[in-house]
Design a binder for this molecule. Structure first.
Ligand code: ATP
Length: 254
């Protein structure tokens, strides 16, 4: 039985001590009949993934590794916006427990004092115009004391920044509560029209210089916030506004 105080997100709960990846498990459970709103949580994760097959470091019993299963009536082409909806929810939830403010690094990361505390990875199973299921994986660095090697520079945890630990269960509950609220707004519009201002207010690079790295080229511009489709509007040096789609690019310069 779920101990969460949410209405539906996480009320069907699958808990593990250790699994390879909560997204992989969630996809399997979704195919086997897990319902909309089911949540997979693991104390430890041995094969966490980031975008484009990169790895997500998961030190022992100090992080949140969870994946929410959704089965929305939504056009598959609108599903990528759910990553941004979750980013708003995670940032709001973390802000309830962190001393300093959390910000969003477009499209899918949460940063605290300019270092990454959370990554979000959305995966979808869909046919032509029908979504079978969407899984939204969330890794949050909660109570790690340190990070090794190159992550030292770019990752941090809530404990490191606060100077004291926070309860993982409480943060999971807050994420579910905040997500329910944001999800219901999103599903009324199927766009981020009503939420883009809230997203942009938490955007770490708003009105700052960013480097957009596309597979074939890179360019510099000023981030002006997302539009209602979730694309990042970047103003180039010649004043031209570019809409950047999340799929293939990385943004440098938190
Ligand atoms: P970027 O464009 O900054 O690489 P991204 O959103 O594309 O970000 P992801 O692919 O989602 O990044 O996440 C994987 C990357 O995150 C890894 O390449 C690594 O640099 C970093 N990373 C891995 N584990 C952690 C962690 N526990 N905390 C913070 N960052 C991590």
């Amino acid at each position: 039985k779920s101990v969460l105080t949410s209405k539906w997100a996480g009320q069907e709960l699958f808990c593990f001590d250790t699994i390879d990846s909560t997204n992989t498990k969630a996809k399997q459970l979704a195919e086997e009949g897990a319902n909309h709103g089911a949540l997979v949580v693991s104390d430890n994760q041995s094969g966490g993934k980031g975008r484009r097959g990169r790895s997500w470091e998961s030190p022992v019993s100090t992080g949140i590794f969870m994946t929410l299963i959704l089965k929305p009536s939504l056009n598959p082409s609108d599903a990528s916006m759910l990553t941004l909806v979750m980013a708003i929810a995670v940032a709001k939830a973390c802000n309830k427990l962190t001393k300093d403010s959390c910000f969003i690094k477009w499209p899918n990361d949460i940063v605290l004092n300019r270092k990454k505390i959370c990554g979000i990875l959305t995966e979808m199973s869909a046919e032509m115009d029908y979504i079978n299921h969407i899984v939204i994986g969330i890794g949050i660095n909660v109570n790690m004391d340190t990070f090794q090697n190159e992550l030292k520079e770019k990752a941090t945890s809530i404990k490191i920044e606060n100077g004291y630990p926070v309860k993982r269960a409480e943060l999971i509950n807050q994420v579910m509560l905040c997500f329910e609220e944001e999800y219901e707004i999103f599903m009324m519009h199927h766009t981020l029209e009503a939420q883009k201002e809230r997203y942009n207010n938490m955007l770490v690079s708003l009105d700052k210089e960013v480097v957009i790295m596309e597979p074939s080229k890179e360019f510099i511009g000023i981030a002006r916030g997302i539009n209602s489709k979730g694309e990042l509007m970047v103003e180039k040096e010649d004043g031209q506004m570019m809409a950047i789609y999340a799929g293939e690019v990385s943004v440098r310069g938190i």
